[in-house]
Design a binder for this molecule. Sequence first.
Ligand code: MG
Length: 372
Amino acid sequence: MITRVTLERREQEWLAPYAIKSAETKGRFYSEKEHDFRTAFQRDRDRIIHSTAFRRLEYKTQVFVNHEGDHYRTRLTHTLEMSQIARTIGRALRLNEDLIEAIALAHDLGHGPFGHAGQDALSELMRQHGGFEHNRQCLRIVEKLEESYSGFPGLNLTFEVREGLKKHARKWIPSLEASVVDFADSIAYNGHDLDDGLRAGLLEVAVLDKIKLWQEVNRYIKEKALSANSAIKIKIAIRLLINRMVSDLVSETAKKIKKFRIQKPRDFSQVGSEMVVGFSKDVEKKVLDLKAFLMEHLYHHYRVVRMTEKGKRFIQELFRLYVVRPQQLPPQVLKRVKEDGLHRAVCDYIAGMTDRFALDEYNRLFSPYERV
Ligand code: MG
């Protein structure tokens, strides 16, 4: 049998000196006995996967609202794709893959329904009441709102995982593991948003020739995969694109680790982890170019804007309705009003909704013939 102690020993042997070791965790807020055969970070990963907030990711929007089609990325599939990318990068750099996986799987738990429209709507509605920001909300979920244990609120995750989720903090000094997750996030959405945009017909292949990274992968396709049909060519292109970003990030970061002589975790306090984990200058420029393209042609596409603005209206109206007469809230939410105040409790309730639940709730409350 492989015990936790064996795994911890393996971490000492396998991982780089600058990787965070699970045996050296700064621990949990409420102390608990360690598990027999899972490390502290593996246990965190499992707690996140078993949480209610994680299951809700399946019906939350990434870019395309859930009912637009079955093949678009949802927050859940985005999370899984990005977690896989993050683990690949982490493993190549001999970082702690379990810590990376835990941070990655939790990173989007704080998003409300309808993607960024949800974030914008809630942050406007909460302006006078302490604000709303999805990274902050993510921490609130894992530290307080999830109810799974009798002895404490939240999931009682280790310090390292919670710290990896603090992207909202003004002076966020992420570990190398958390930095890798952050980069993997943008690598994942740059790739799959392009893919979804093409699938939805909002982007056309001919226009993509404006993107420098696309020109590069296209050159390869013209040489090596000319006979493939156009759908396969798109898949090859997206794959190559992701691989280009991941490979560059790994080799560039390995170079920086050497250059700055990073010998132990957080050895980068002189330079900052953002100086250590990153793309080469050339690829960094091309990634910015790709992001600008997506912003202009996909995220600001009139159909995407219509989709998300519609979501925003549902949220605004639900919020106002609950605040005007809180007795319309279900008892478990009403109970929280006493503890957190009316606006925060309503905000938590709406932020926790999936697109589907928000639409059903809207129907129940605004459609005259719907049962409440
Ligand atoms: Mg994300």
